[in-house]
Design a protein around this ligand. Structure first.
Ligand code: CA
Length: 236
């Protein structure tokens, strides 16, 4: 049996801590817990876990500070655990280098999916293979980065230059949420103003072209108040 990955959970609420710890133990993950930011930082340095689960509301320091400190020396995936309706906080966490977030209250299935996605991304990153995947496939949608081609059920979809760049950026980070500010900067450069209107308009156009029902998207999902997440590529 392949040894499962190690996970460090930094969370001060005991009931959430034990729920997550039990869930992950049952899945054979190696789990270590910390109840404060300071303890979490120490444990992360000594254990070098494969994934960090981080609550943003900690008693001794802001979770954002923990992210900033970790990102000075490690690229280990950080999944933020946050309360509902704290969109700005989540977006900030992502912009400071968290990889993903999960909103309380969450279920086991969602938690495990987030962890698997983060582990897959980091192992692809380490293998340097993330950039080499030439094609994104999800259901009937194909994005071919090199040929600059998007097809839906084999039919070519005409996208503008910006729309193609936008869709490619999301596809190359599929499964991950990308914040509005991250996308804006990547597509329009660092001096773009932070009005998201131009992004929303382009995204609406993309959806009209690639989604059967733009109101119930299958490929690009809106993370309200935060950004967009493209469906994880099919595993070939
Ligand atoms: Ca807390």
């Amino acid at each position: 049996m392949i040894p499962k990955s190690s996970i460090l959970l930094i969370e001060d609420e005991e009931n959430i801590r034990s729920f997550i710890a039990t869930t992950l133990k049952n899945q054979n993950y190696k789990i270590t817990t910390a109840a404060s930011g300071t303890e979490g930082l120490h444990l992360c340095a000594s254990l070098c876990p494969d994934v960090v689960l981080l609550d943003l509301g900690l008693p001794d320091m802001d979770g954002i500070e923990v992210i900033k400190k970790l990102r000075t020396w490690t690229s280990t995936p950080i999944i933020v655990i946050s309360a509902r309706s704290h969109e700005q906080e989540k977006a900030k966490a992502l912009d400071y280098g968290a990889d993903d977030y999960i909103t309380k209250p969450f279920g086991t299935v969602e938690l495990l999916a987030r962890i698997r996605t983060s582990l897959r991304h980091s192992s692809q990153m380490n293998a340097g293979s993330l950039q080499q995947v030439p094609v994104y496939r999800h259901k009937e949608l194909v994005v071919d980065y090199e040929k600059h081609l998007v097809t839906l059920s084999g039919e070519m979809i005409h996208l503008t230059q910006i729309e193609f760049k936008l869709l490619s950026l999301l596809a190359q980070n599929s499964g991950k949420v990308l914040t509005y500010s991250f996308i804006m900067e990547k597509i329009w450069g660092p001096y773009v103003d932070n009005n998201n209107q131009i992004l929303r308009v382009n995204m609406a156009n993309i959806r009209r072209k690639i989604e059967k029902n733009p109101a119930a998207p299958e490929h690009v999902f809106t993370e309200i108040g935060i950004g967009y997440r493209m469906a994880e590529a099919d595993q070939s």
